[in-house]
Design a protein around this ligand. Sequence first.
Ligand code: SF4
Length: 475
Amino acid sequence: MSAAFVDRPPDRADLARALELTPKYDRPGPRYTSYPPAPHFVDEITGATARDVYRARGRGSPPLSLYAHLPFCESLCTYCGCNVIISRNHTIVERYLAGLAKEIRLAADALSGGPMEVVQFHLGGGTPTYFTPEELERLHGLVTARFTIRPDAEQALEVDPRVTTRAHLETLARLGFRRVSMGIQDFDAEVQHAVNREQTVEETQRLIEDARALGFTSVNVDLMYGLPHQTLDRFKHTLDLVLSRLSPDRVALFGYAHVPWLKAHQRKIEADTLPKANDRLGLFQAGVEAFVGAGAEFVGFDHFAKPSDDMAIARRSGDLHRNFMGFHTSAGSDMVAFGITGIGDVSGVYLQNRHQLTAWERDLEDGVLPVQRGYRRTADDELRGTIIQELTCNGRVTAAQLETAGAPWRTAWANELARLAPMLDDGLLVIDDAGIRVTPLGRLFVRNVCMVFDAHLGKVPPTAKADAPRYSRTV
Ligand code: SF4
């Protein structure tokens, strides 16, 4: 039996129910920034594949999104899940820029048969502002020498307020950057000490004020729940500070993924200092109540946005999308990634760059695109990927999107619908002639809903050991 569908954020009654359901649904699962998830990428996809895929783009191909991965940080936050290189010796940037120059040139040569217009340019890391303003300007110049960044393109970057100056923001604003995302995680001193990231409210506030004064139109802050020593009261204090002092346009409230088997430095975090699954849900709910109470919209998964922000507008119109950079509003582009570990997505092929700096440089020295592995999606992957994307981004998948050639959707997805039946009974979903919709309670378990449509889950990825854990837990 299904309840009537209401689209609203989860409330306290949902949380109470979620606590009861946690033992049933808390299990390892992908976060679905791609489908299939990256552990299923294969080594057969190489730099030669990337070159051929790039060259095959014709005049009718979509415009481009560009991503540059700038992996350097001065110190390591122990919770970090990113691909980073820790170095206090900034001369490494010169070497990295030389590699990027080669990679951009190689990619542009291969892509030049198709549109070179860029609708989205994103700098991620690491810490992009590890680069000096002059170095960032040189990188931007390398890109604009070969690609055309449209005047209305979304140019965005991630910054660490501890190393970012007003001069950085002045340069970036002049280059057309209008979105900035700042890492915070938690302002509590004990939590900050435990994760080796000490950052004040004052320096963060000053930087946000500078960004706004310089014309940045959207400021995102990243917070994290599930960190060591976090308690509800302490986290509520952080939420109060974020709202009263920073008033961000967007908030990403990530759950800490404790995966020490993948990220060895996380072993520095003692497991018994981490909040348990039920406490994690309480922390997350505190975030939902704080941000929604302050007028933000719960966009989905772990994001909140002011109603006037593009992300909230896209969620309301069902146009929100998700990729390796998280939620975004510019669909219909091919993504080309530069820098170590960057993941591109061009003409239905995922292309992941080499992880090791020296291997990346060696390929570039040899005139080869530095792709280490990837995945060529099948029609079934595309269909399932769309369903998973719709569920995570827009909280529903319509009957039309579920329709496959030759069979009514309820017949085509009979196996999946049977596996969704317990979730239907638990009130996570509504299934009717309109399709499948995720209820406010179900939004807390959306990864579990998506996993039903994942045909790769349970298969051992080609490069993994059969019993190796691959994913963080879903709650
Ligand atoms: S600043 Fe960000 S990327 Fe760098 S170590 Fe900390 S969490 Fe990781």
